[in-house]
Design a protein around this ligand. Structure first.
Ligand SMILES: C[S@@+](CC[C@H](N)C(=O)[O-])C[C@H]1O[C@@H](n2cnc3c(N)ncnc32)[C@H](O)[C@@H]1O
Length: 178
């Protein structure tokens, strides 16, 4: 994202959690950030974090479902480990696409490569215990269809990086092509 340019750009942080990513982007020079999360306690934490870091005037966080909320247009949209926490990836991604002027960055579980079968077994086990506790499950959405959806909206894959558990994607499209 640094290579593509963060300064003076507006950010939307979908599934912002406690706002860490938003605050980092403001530190990198982003003009404003708006965060949405389903969980009111996350919005409270994110608001506090922004205030503590001196971004009270440029960061706004609100409770909402990013798949259905009317989102303000933003230059950059991020979804850090969010698609995998929501059952219905299509409306969430489509809303992100509709609102992003030029960049969409997201992080999802590493559901590819030779470790994919073992990874899927691990996720099933985690989901089994999560379900017993009535918690959010871990969804593995089809990466090829996510890619196809982004490409058909004019985005191209700019960068992809992986860690042992996660894949980080950055898609861009020319400004004004929305
Ligand atoms: C694993 S946490 C990641 C939080 C944050 N992005 C981070 O990386 O620290 C996923 C968050 O996404 C939120 N979330 C999941 N689906 C959402 C949706 N449709 N709209 C808004 N928030 C959502 C959850 O409430 C949760 O706080």
């Amino acid at each position: 994202m640094r290579d593509e340019g963060i300064p003076e750009r507006s950010v939307e942080d979908l599934g912002c959690g406690s706002g860490g990513f938003s605050v980092e982007l403001l530190r990198e020079g982003a003009s404003t950030t708006v965060g949405f999360d389903l969980a009111p306690n996350m919005i409270q934490s994110a608001t506090q974090l922004a205030l503590l870091n001196g971004f009270g005037a440029t960061a706004k966080f609100q409770v909402g479902n990013a798949a259905t909320a009317e989102l303000p247009p933003s230059d950059i949209v991020i979804m850090d480990k969010v698609l995998c926490c929501y059952s219905d990836w299509q409306p969430l991604l489509k809303n992100a696409i509709a609102t992003s002027r030029t960049m969409i960055g997201f992080i999802v579980p590493r559901d590819e490569g030779i470790a994919k079968p073992a990874f899927r077994v691990g996720v099933r086990i985690v989901n089994y215990f999560a379900r017993r506790k009535g918690k959010i499950l871990f969804y593995l959405h089809p990466l090829d269809r996510i890619d196809k959806t982004l490409r058909s909206s004019g985005f191209t894959l700019k960068k992809k990086q992986g860690s042992r558990l996660w894949l980080v994607f950055l898609y861009t499209r020319p400004e004004g092509s929305r």
